[in-house]
Design a protein around this ligand. Structure first.
Ligand SMILES: [Zn+2]
Length: 412
């Protein structure tokens, strides 16, 4: 088997190894063909293209053996004997990784759970690729695959990624309204959180990176969802619960902003979202991929802020909802318990209507092991409680308690 293996040395990459093997065989491959063969080599050796190549492992390079024969049979001596041709036909197609493969249309990548077009493109182009170049490539990738909604690609989709190996796409001129941008573009928070409803259909989000380095929440990322307040194509503007001209979304937004500012002050990065929940759910895979720890997403949490309504105007108290559909999805998701302990400690009125819900945003977070809960901050249908909700004291106490509960939950 000598000649069919290669021992990885420090500084090697699959790209370099593949390129060299073909060079030794007298073949100078175009980048696109190197890319195809890198994928073949990775598959042959069960290597993850996204992980670092371990040094000193022995690679099985027999998938490239056929290339040698090919070279021998072409070149100056163009006599091809029939025996050779037959032999070639007998080769297991899985091991036939030479020119015949180059003739195949396209190179394919199967969409794994939790992967976005943005993330997949970044993996192929490299972590250090500027966002502007990724944006161009993602747009080219969506175009090449006829993807209309880049934020919603199905797991298992076979993407033709050959366009990713065409450098001219890096600077491709793209219509501004067709350009796909980083779903989590960083905002400057030096002047505080500024999160206004912008009237667009879908979910709005802004990503704020904390400037606090050694805070209790440094290294963590929280998605703070201000419930409602968005526009969806089916029903138009969604104010949430409305009562006597008071609309839920305005309370949700104020509390979400205050909470976000306090989280940022503790070192957490914050992704604020607002809008149609079905659109917000689509952000979850990108959120997990961009900010997660790559394993259990222990560094991520999601808190969705809502205000409550009840036909009985005496109903009062804040409460929590959580989601544990199918039991096993996220058994560790007890964020609401930590939050409740903190709000109890602050003496805030708790309402026992709290419970389990099938709210889609929460189950979306469950799928990615992101601790999550809905905080119903109080009843806007209760005049006394509404006055409380509008007071700075209550807003301050509740958001302080939530921050403390989140910090405690990370310790638990
Ligand atoms: Zn609501």
């Amino acid at each position: 088997m000598s000649g069919s293996t290669y021992t990885v040395t420090s500084g090697d990459s699959l790209w370099k190894i593949t390129n060299n093997i073909f060079k030794e065989k007298g073949k100078n491959l175009a980048d696109e063909d190197i890319a195809k063969n890198v994928k073949i080599l990775a598959e042959k050796n069960n290597l993850d293209l996204n992980s670092e190549l371990p040094v000193n492992i022995e690679l099985d390079t027999s998938c490239f053996d056929e290339a040698k024969k090919e070279v021998k049979n072409t070149g100056e001596n163009t006599n091809t004997n029939t025996k050779q041709t037959k032999e070639k036909q007998k080769v297991d197609p899985e091991n036939l990784m030479t020119d015949s493969l180059f003739e195949q249309e396209g190179v394919f990548h199967t969409v794994e759970p939790g992967k976005s077009l943005w993330g997949i493109t970044k993996e192929y182009l490299g972590e250090d690729t500027p966002d502007s170049e990724i944006a161009s490539m993602v747009t080219a990738l969506a175009e090449a695959n006829n993807i209309q909604d880049a934020s919603n690609i199905n797991v298992g989709t076979q993407l033709d990624i050959s366009c990713l190996f065409d450098d001219t796409n890096l600077n491709k001129e793209v219509d501004e309204d067709k350009q796909i941008t980083d779903p989590f573009e960083e905002k400057d928070y030096s002047n505080g959180v500024n999160f206004e409803h912008d009237g667009s259909v879908g979910a709005k989000q802004e990503y704020y990176k904390s400037t606090v380095e050694n805070g209790a929440l440094s290294g963590k990322t929280i998605m703070v969802n201000a419930g409602h307040g968005g526009v969806n194509s089916a029903t138009g503007f969604d104010p949430g619960a409305a009562h006597d001209g008071y609309e839920e979304w305005t309370y949700n937004q104020e509390y979400a902003e205050e909470l976000s500012e306090k989280l940022l002050a503790q070192g957490a990065d914050v992704v604020m979202t607002q809008g149609y929940y079905k659109e917000a759910v689509k952000l979850i895979p990108d959120f997990a991929e961009k900010f997660g720890d790559g394993e259990n997403n222990d560094n991520l949490k999601l808190v969705s802020i809502h205000a409550n309504y009840n036909a009985n105007s005496s109903a009062s108290g804040l409460c929590y909802y959580w989601s544990e559909e199918n039991g096993a999805l996220n058994p560790d998701n007890d964020l609401y318990k930590s939050l409740r302990e903190a709000t109890d400690k602050y003496g805030l009125d708790y309402n026992y209507s709290s419970g389990e819900t099938a709210y889609k945003l929460l189950s979306g977070a469950n799928e990615y092991n992101i601790d999550n809960t809905i905080v119903e901050i109080g009843f806007l249908s209760n005049p006394q409680e509404r006055a409380k909700l509008e007071s700075e004291e209550y807003k301050d106490a509740l958001t302080d308690a939530l921050v403390e509960g989140i910090i405690n939950d990370y310790k638990a």
